[in-house]
Ligand binder design. Structure first.
Ligand code: SAM
Length: 218
């Protein structure tokens, strides 16, 4: 990813990586992805000077780019090896999409708001990332045409685990989704097994709502 945009903000990016390490992120592949993907390319120009704070930032249309630690936590939990087919629900800024493109073989991403999907596509292209398959739609329904997925990440809060997403997991695959109310949620990991599924509740989270058939009402 040797485009000029990657070379900017190098010092700030390294300080963010040290902060993530201090907060418990130790997966070297994940930390390397944070070094290779310029977060400042995925935020509006008005907040670009804050791009390497470990904080969520507004990206317009009432949405946010998630806190870097949250992205790192998701990616560390998935433990990707580079061979996986991954589905992301809620492209948003496209930053996590870009991180995923460094860590998995194939990345599919769905965003509900057309303008955000377009802006994310432009940022990905600016970083030289052309391999991601994107579409606009209701991600709570998944993307059955390309299933099964080794990993599905939901970057928005849902009142319950969306059934189609579990059905679109490969056996052994895992889904990460924040479950709860509109204000506060718990990150839930669902593993698909031969016998059915296993659910584990992990960290407390605060995400914008997943709006759709298997999410919240608009
Ligand atoms: N990982 C993204 C990032 O950091 O930029 C997350 C962005 S934001 C926290 C969540 C995104 O999910 C928003 O862009 C929102 O429009 C999108 N979203 C909400 N409901 C959706 C749905 N049913 N299908 C697809 N995207 C959805």
């Amino acid at each position: 990813m040797a485009t000029p945009v990657v070379r900017q903000f190098g010092g700030a990016r390294r300080r963010l990586i040290e902060e993530l390490q201090a907060k418990g992120i130790s997966d070297l592949a994940v930390l390397r992805a944070f070094d290779e993907v310029p977060r400042h390319a995925f935020v509006p120009s008005g907040v670009r000077h804050r791009a390497y704070e470990d904080a969520p930032l507004p990206i317009g249309h009432g949405q946010t780019i998630s806190q870097p630690w949250v992205h790192a936590r998701y990616l560390e939990l998935l433990g990707l090896t580079g061979r996986e087919r991954v589905l992301e629900i809620g492209t948003g800024s496209g930053f996590q999409t870009a991180l995923l493109s460094r860590l998995a073989a194939q990345v599919f991403s769905i965003e509900r708001i057309p303008a955000l999907a377009q802006e994310a596509q432009a940022a990905l292209a600016e970083c030289g990332i052309t391999s991601v398959v994107q579409r606009v739609g209701d991600g709570s329904l998944g993307w059955p045409e390309f299933a099964p997925y080794d990993a599905i990440l939901v970057g928005a809060a849902s009142p319950e685990v969306p059934r189609p997403l579990v059905e679109q997991l490969a056996i052994g695959g895992q889904l990460l989704v924040p479950i709860g109310g509109r204000e506060e949620q718990v990150l839930v990991r669902v593993r698909r097994t031969e016998a059915g599924q296993e659910r584990t509740s992990l960290d407390a989270m605060r995400f914008v709502p997943l709006i759709g058939t298997h999410g919240f009402e608009d």
